[in-house]
Design a protein around this ligand. Structure first.
Ligand SMILES: Nc1ncnc2c1ncn2[C@@H]1O[C@H](COP(=O)(O)OP(=O)(O)OP(=O)(O)O)[C@@H](O)[C@H]1O
Ligand SMILES: [Mg+2]
Length: 228
């Protein structure tokens, strides 16, 4: 493995048991994501994109194969160890945002930093505010998820994924609810971070305009990742 690869998976297989039948969603997936690289993953609905992202992010374990995050084998770790590695190295934007309903936008974004030992509340608030401003939500800091639109919630989730300055960010349909202009803002933010901080991005998307702005586009077809 090259040291520049922040995320690698080798011969990844995922099978689900459905009654007596076994469904092989991922057959043989190999991927190498370099520091600062931006990759789009496309594929039809049900092709296994979310399944793959969940394995890469250590939210689920593969049936076979391994996942290395910043050189560490996340797929073989115990749950608490995986959680720590995720919190320090990875940002994750879920297909369905998973914000905490009882907390404000600002608190939701600040949460991953607040979970760290010895943080300064003032600094955390400043960083969360800055990111929410970057995604166009400086006027929605005190709103709770229930008081935000779908696209606004999605942007809060993006800010939350970036607040820890992860080396790698996985995004599942991040612009699904966004208009073209707002989607472009998110794309610009990704481009800037990939250049300035060498953050790597892996984006699952149906948005071909967004996909084509990435460094590489890969397609999930019949359980394998191929160049699109
Ligand atoms: N926990 C599970 N148990 C059984 N089958 C599952 C499970 N999770 C997903 N699947 C199946 O795996 C396949 C891939 O699902 P996945 O959610 O990864 O697709 P996707 O590419 O993200 O689709 P979409 O574009 O609609 O979000 C689907 O056929 C789905 O039914
Ligand atoms: Mg999906």
């Amino acid at each position: 493995m090259n040291n520049q690869h922040v995320l690698v998976c080798q011969q990844l297989v995922k099978r689900y048991q459905e009654g007596p039948a076994e469904v092989e969603v991922l057959k043989r997936v190999n991927l190498q994501l370099s520091a600062g690289e931006r990759i789009a993953i496309v594929g039809s609905s049900g092709s296994g994109k979310t399944t793959l992202l969940n394995l890469l992010g250590g939210l689920d374990t593969p049936t076979e194969g391994e996942v290395l995050l910043d050189g560490q084998q996340i797929s073989a770790m115990a749950e608490n160890e995986r959680g720590q590695l995720r919190n320090s190295k990875l940002g994750f934007v879920y297909q369905f945002h998973h914000l905490l309903p009882e907390f404000t936008a600002l608190e939701n974004v600040a949460m991953p930093l607040l979970m760290r030992p010895q943080v300064k509340i003032k600094t955390v608030k400043e960083q969360a505010t800055e990111l929410l401003t970057r995604v166009g939500l400086s006027h929605r800091l005190e709103h709770k998820p229930g008081e935000l639109s779908g696209g606004e919630r999605q942007r809060v989730a993006i800010a939350r994924a970036l607040v820890t300055k992860p080396c790698c960010v996985l995004l599942d349909e991040p612009t699904g609810n966004l208009d073209q202009h707002t989607a472009h803002t998110i794309h610009e933010l990704m481009q800037e971070l990939s250049q300035t901080t060498k953050t790597a991005f892996l984006v699952v998307t149906h948005d071909l305009a967004l996909a084509n702005q990435m460094d590489r586009v890969l397609k999930l077809v019949e359980g394998e990742l191929i160049a699109a």
